[in-house]
Design a protein around this ligand. Sequence first.
Ligand code: MN3
Length: 235
Amino acid sequence: MENSFSRREFIKVSALTTAGVVAANTGIFATPHGDPNFKLPPILYDFKALEPHIDAMTMEIHYSKHHQGYVDNLNKLCSDMHIHDPNLENILKMVSKFPQGVRNNAGGHWNHSMFWTIMKPNGGGVPKGKLLEAINASFESFEKFKELFANEAKNRFGSGWAWLIKNSEGKLQICSTPNQDNPIMDLAEVKGNPILCLDVWEHAYYLKYQNKRVDYITNWWNVVNWDMVAGRFSI
Ligand code: MN3
């Protein structure tokens, strides 16, 4: 993809992505003020905690190699571009202004940071309250929603992610993105605030499931942290 990143644009983007200009850095998706390095967020359960649905070795490699790689690459890119104190969400919202490497690695860092939080041991079951009401209103039933979401995940060709998002009208919508793109990005086909995500890159399931992406998706429902999803929906 052609990406013209002129000095003028660079200065503009640098200014806008510096936390002090646009917004204060928040939570795990931002670096502490004055610290140019993004860091891996902690996972609040053991690598083996999601077994038998997701195996410990997949979790360990996925987190400490793949996710760490996105973080390291992003830090290097920000450093090379002299973007200090970067804000990840602001970068994603204007990612079309950045080189492809920023799109891949900023997306990779954000997507995985969310992914670890919407899973938990002994998860699964059925969401409750307003989230369940919204799912029923948008997709007829929870079972129908699961079927539609699983189809989106299954049919995403190659590497990518499936998403449940809350769109600008506050409605729930299912979509998917290629590579490490996400619905926050300005160049996303379908935009909104992600409340649930599923990584369908082969690195997320190949050790245990090999080519059987459908089995991975089917078993993944057993580790979904619906309280976290409901929390994201309520914002
Ligand atoms: Mn992944």
